[in-house]
Design a protein around this ligand. Structure first.
Ligand SMILES: *Cc1c(COP(=O)(O)O)cnc(C)c1O
Length: 437
């Protein structure tokens, strides 16, 4: 041998500037409380697959029908991801190519109806997602949103009201799911309503897929035509989206009488070639890794603990006199309600961040303040639960949140101390992808 081949150049040598910034972010995330409910820590194996050579391959099309050669192995990877998604959720069909949650939702729209269709969804200030018909998003400009949302007084969905709206408006699709609804979605009741008005029912489970897998929340799959999700939130996978659907369209005769494509085929066509080009195979491989992890009993225990932790945190805050939207939580998130407080949601979120508690300001049902200010603070437990935190840590965190809220006008006296205490707490836990054993 003439000389040893050089080892691949690591980021540290190739680009010290970016390397240093990633290190800086790693230190930040491992010494503060990651309480944004849509964030998490992906395990190292997921990061490894995402960072693999699969990033280099073009594979437009689907397994067995690609537009490029050399995709035999890639077909096996995508087929495995699809099979795992179907088995994990008990779905008839899965598409794992969407680049993220928003493109997955775009594909659901295109598979179920063209622009101009009427859809029901929750507006962003009421807990829905941008892609559920919000005005600045394609879903609000290309589709006609009929809004529904939690009752402003109770903070809980009122199914009689949803039924009345559906009967009056007769939408083509009803979207169920959200980003800041702390209660359970009853898919069976939505399905009854959808059937009554011949609407497709679409569940967007981006935030709560882990609770469904763990069996602590109802299963949307038997009740919905299409289910959309991300894989990077509770599922702890790579940044991506996926779709589940039935194979046959039960309204084919009504809405697509001319089409020879069943629902599964229309979903696939909507993703590629209608909306996307080449799939991100490195991400699809990482998604398969996450699906595998999600079949374990440890994952189901994690799903159960997320809710137990959130309930404990909610109890700790309510015991200290704080109001929560809807009066509590059934899932992974809660929203502190500061409508009666002299300070805004934004001020509290910034104060908490200065003490090492990272969450976000958020509208509460019936919020009189503007969306860039708000009266609420949204926080969640998935990432903390991934670190292994349990009820005793939630009690500590409720105490810290209370101290920050009681010292809003003299934060500099306490923020540094709390930040140090939080960094010490974090150092006692193993962080997936960062310090995992
Ligand atoms: C996060 C989220 C999405 C969109 O996901 P992106 O990956 O950010 O595009 C869609 N719907 C819901 C309910 C979400 O929480």
């Amino acid at each position: 041998m003439r000389h040893c081949p050089e080892r691949p150049m690591h980021l540290r040598q190739a680009d010290p500037e970016i390397y240093a910034l990633i290190q800086k972010q790693t230190r930040l995330e491992s010494s503060t409380l990651k309480m944004i409910p849509s964030e998490n820590f992906a395990q190292f194996a997921v990061l490894e697959a995402t960072g693999s050579i699969l990033t280099n391959k073009y594979a437009e099309g689907y397994p067995g029908g690609r537009y490029y050669e050399g995709n035999e192995v890639i077909d096996e990877i995508e087929s495995l991801a699809v099979a795992r998604a179907k088995a994990l959720f008990g779905a008839e069909h899965a598409n794992v190519q969407p680049y993220s949650g928003s493109p997955a939702n775009q594909a659901a729209y295109r598979a179920l109806g063209g622009p101009g269709c009427k859809i029901m969804g929750m507006p962003v200030p009421q807990g829905g997602h941008l892609t559920h018909g919000w005005g600045v998003n394609f879903s609000g400009t290309d589709y006609v949103q009929v809004p529904y949302g939690p009752n402003p007084h109770t903070g809980v969905l009122d199914y009689d009201q949803i039924r009345d709206t559906a009967r009056r408006e007769r939408p083509r699709m009803i979207w169920v799911g959200g980003t800041s609804y702390p209660r359970v979605f009853h898919y069976d009741r939505f399905a009854e309503i959808a059937r009554e008005v011949d609407a497709y029912l679409v569940a967007d489970i981006a935030h709560i897929n882990g609770l469904i897998i763990a069996g602590v929340h109802p299963d949307p799959v038997p009740h919905c035509d299409v289910v959309t999700s991300t894989s990077h939130k509770m599922l702890r996978g790579p940044r991506a989206g996926f779709l589940l659907s039935r194979i046959e369209d039960r309204y084919q005769h009504k809405y697509f009488p001319q089409s020879k494509l069943n629902l599964a085929k229309r979903v696939d066509r909507a993703v590629f070639p209608m909306l996307q080009g080449g799939p991100h195979i490195h991400v699809i491989a990482a998604m398969a890794v996450a699906f595998k992890e999600a079949t374990t009993s440890q994952f189901r225990e994690y799903g159960r603990q997320i809710v137990a932790n959130c309930r404990r945190l909610a109890d700790g805050l309510m015991a200290r006199g704080y109001r929560l939207a809807s009066g509590g939580t059934d899932n992974h998130l809660l929203i502190m309600d500061f409508r009666d407080a002299p300070y805004t949601g934004k001020q509290v979120a910034k104060a908490l961040a200065s003490a090492g508690i990272i969450c976000n300001f958020n509208m509460v049902p019936g919020d009189p303040r503007k969306p860039l200010v708000t009266s609420g603070v949204r926080m969640g437990t998935p990432a903390l639960t991934s670190m292994g935190m349990k009820e005793p840590e939630m009690d500590l965190i409720a105490g810290w949140i209370d101290q920050v809220c009681r010292h809003m006008d003299r934060l500099d006296e306490i923020a540094g101390r709390i930040r140090a205490e939080i960094a010490e707490l974090c150092s006692r836990f193993s962080i997936p992808g960062i310090t995992e054993k």
